[in-house]
Design a protein around this ligand. Structure first.
Ligand SMILES: C[S@@+](CC[C@H](N)C(=O)[O-])C[C@H]1O[C@@H](n2cnc3c(N)ncnc32)[C@H](O)[C@@H]1O
Length: 270
């Protein structure tokens, strides 16, 4: 299901791998300390970073002496991650069908991958499967547009002005922004001790207009805009930049983009 969307996500992230650190990572890395704390990473622990992108969570786990493995389905991301963090292991793989055996890892994290996979419940079930009993998994997820000004402008406004019939069908990325739904999905996968921690992250671009920033940092947003005709693209550019005006500061554009971290424990075997 959602095959066309999935293929476009894969090639879209691949094409962004080389400049990801200057755009998307400026927001996504803000959640990493909370994620690693939630899974209680310790020196020597084996940690799986699912949807690793350029490898930042794996690299941060390695910095505290864990043995980190990162998986991503975009080969360009895997290559970039290996370049960024040569002491970690990275490989191409699908979050929905991990190649690891049951009970392999001491901890697993997924930083902003659940927002992108076509089947979040399956990705969470896979994380559960590859964890050792008694160990923890955590993922970060963006707050929905009604809570996050960045996504009110960068997702809702775009969708409102775009012809969405031109875009391949995709799951609603904000379904998992509902904390009680997350809790339910985690419980169904088998997790207990579920904890949700809010993270007050921000979008910060030192220079430039928000529209250009969104085109550089997002895949889905860019996919929607690129599918439109010239006039619609221009209208979207204008409304997005106008909505962002009040967020211009002496340090550039700063817009609240809060997220939260959901963690859970795979119960010990009885
Ligand atoms: C927003 S990026 C997050 C990257 C990194 N974890 C971070 O927080 O900066 C989403 C990543 O998920 C990867 N991805 C999306 N669907 C995937 C899937 N089914 N399996 C593996 N990786 C996937 C994309 O290639 C992309 O690198």
């Amino acid at each position: 299901m959602y095959e066309e969307f999935r293929a476009k996500e894969r090639s879209g992230w691949g094409s962004k791998a080389d400049y990801y650190e200057h755009h998307t990572a400026r927001i996504t890395t803000q959640a990493i300390p909370t994620l690693l704390a939630a899974v209680r990473v310790r020196a020597g622990a084996s940690v799986l970073d699912i949807c690793t992108g350029p490898g930042y969570a794996a690299g941060a786990a390695h910095a505290i002496c864990a043995r980190a493995t990162g998986v991503d389905f975009a080969p360009e991301m895997v290559a970039r991650a290996a370049q960024n963090f040569p002491d970690c292991t990275f490989e191409e793989g699908d979050a929905l069908a991990l190649r690891f055996s049951d009970g392999t890892f001491d901890a697993a994290v997924c930083t902003f991958g659940i927002f992108h996979v076509t089947d979040p419940a399956q990705a969470i079930a896979e994380a559960y499967r590859v964890l050792k009993p008694g160990c923890r998994y955590a993922f970060s997820q963006w707050c929905a547009p009604n809570e996050a000004e960045f996504f009110r402008i960068g997702a809702s406004l775009i969708a409102e002005h775009a012809d969405m019939s031109l875009v391949p069908p995709a799951p609603n990325a904000f379904d998992m922004s509902d904390r009680s739904h997350c809790e339910q999905v985690m419980k169904s996968a088998g997790f207990d001790e579920i904890i949700i921690t809010e993270v007050p992250s921000v979008y910060h671009a030192p220079e430039g207009e928000l529209f250009d920033g969104i085109m550089k940092l997002s895949v889905r947003g860019a996919m929607i805009v690129e599918a439109q005709d010239d006039a619609t693209r221009q209208r979207i550019r204008d409304v997005v930049n106008a909505a962002a005006k009040s967020h211009h500061t002496d340090e550039g554009v700063i817009i609240p983009s809060p997220c939260f971290v959901v963690s859970g424990r795979k119960p010990e075997k009885r």
